[in-house]
Design a binder for this molecule. Structure first.
Ligand code: AMP
Length: 314
């Protein structure tokens, strides 16, 4: 599989790298890092990493515009994205000459001429480190930094399940080989504004916790304004609520007035929650899922379902 992917990268002059909407460091690191690595290996290629520019993760680099690029003879590699509707920056994958999917989410849409899916890989960035070291792609420090940040972020600093001996082996190899100053990258990844930390304090003080270990909180636009944060902040906070003895599953529902949706950030320390979120048009990993709701009334149903999930798990 990896050799096949390498062959296609070698074969195509024009390559587009895409990832999911609502970019996170694994999605950005995999597209922008792979771009650096392909260009480091093959000087004469045109490589575009697409998707909305993320000002929050600006240290990952800029994305490219392909609106004027003829994609009919291009290779598309879709990274970290299990379903076609969540691909950012590409309207129609069938317009590309060849499509490769590289992902670590459970399968949703069966797409791509080649699909490399490893559900138990900690991150797509981890899969790409493996791809580089198992083929003739050439690692470079810039690409390495981005892949490192993707792995660190998706494993929540090697805390989450799916952090494996393979993760450490590959990260060791990456750091040893490129000599990147990896501790310096944590400033970019983990520095937080005080307003967000204060919001976290509010969430911790006010979330409701049931006897079955289900915790949740609704954040209205009014509360977000009071703390001077935007709707994306919940996504930055949700992982920090881990390891609380009384809590198995926790969810933040956030009113996102700008996009007219309710953002759902859900996490678990045991019960599988992705199936519940899928019921409401979302999804993700077994223990880390999300959704975007159109109707306020769906909140009540999600709470009921997740309460039930916790009860059954116990
Ligand atoms: P988040 O809480 O936004 O960090 O998302 C956690 C996980 O759920 C990530 O793997 C996302 O890709 C996935 N996810 C978030 N929102 C959605 C959605 N609307 N549909 C499918 N998966 C989602």
């Amino acid at each position: 599989m990896k050799k096949e992917i390498y062959k296609k990268i070698k074969e195509y002059k024009k390559i587009v790298l895409a990832r999911h909407v609502g970019a996170d460091p694994d999605a950005l690191g995999s597209t922008l890092g792979l771009k650096d690595i392909i260009l480091n290996t093959f000087k004469d290629k045109e490589v575009y990493a697409v998707g909305v520019y993320s000002s929050k993760f600006k240290f990952m680099g800029k994305t490219d515009d392909i609106s004027k690029v003829d994609i009919s003879d291009a290779l598309l590699i879709v990274l970290d994205t299990p379903n076609i509707v969540r691909i950012d920056g590409v309207d129609d994958i069938s317009k590309f000459s060849y499509v490769i999917k590289i992902d670590h989410h459970p399968l949703i849409d069966d797409f791509g001429d080649i699909q490399w899916i490893e559900e138990d890989a900690s991150s797509v960035c981890q899969m790409l480190i493996e791809l580089v070291y198992d083929t003739r792609l050439k690692m470079c420090p810039e690409g390495a930094k981005k892949l490192f940040m993707g792995v660190v972020s998706d494993t929540n600093r090697f805390l989450f399940d799916y952090t494996s001996p393979k993760t450490f082996n590959l990260v060791y190899k990456l750091v040893n080989d490129t000599k990147i100053e990896f501790t310096k990258l944590y400033d970019d990844l983990y520095e937080r504004p005080l307003c967000e930390v204060r919001l976290q304090g509010y969430i911790e003080q006010n979330m409701k916790v049931s006897i079955n270990g289900f915790a949740y909180l609704k954040l209205t636009d009014e509360i977000l304004k009071k703390f001077g944060v935007d709707a994306a902040s919940s996504g930055n906070i949700v992982n920090s609520l881990n390891n609380i003895k009384e809590i198995l599953v926790w969810v933040i529902f956030t009113e996102d007035k700008k996009n007219d949706v309710i953002r759902v950030n859900a996490r678990s320390r045991g019960p599988v929650i992705s199936k519940v979120l899928e019921k409401y048009g979302g999804g993700g990993h077994a223990l880390a899922s999300g959704a975007r709701l159109k109707e306020e009334k769906e909140i009540k149903n999600i709470i009921k379902d997740l309460e039930e999930t916790c009860k059954n798990y116990k």
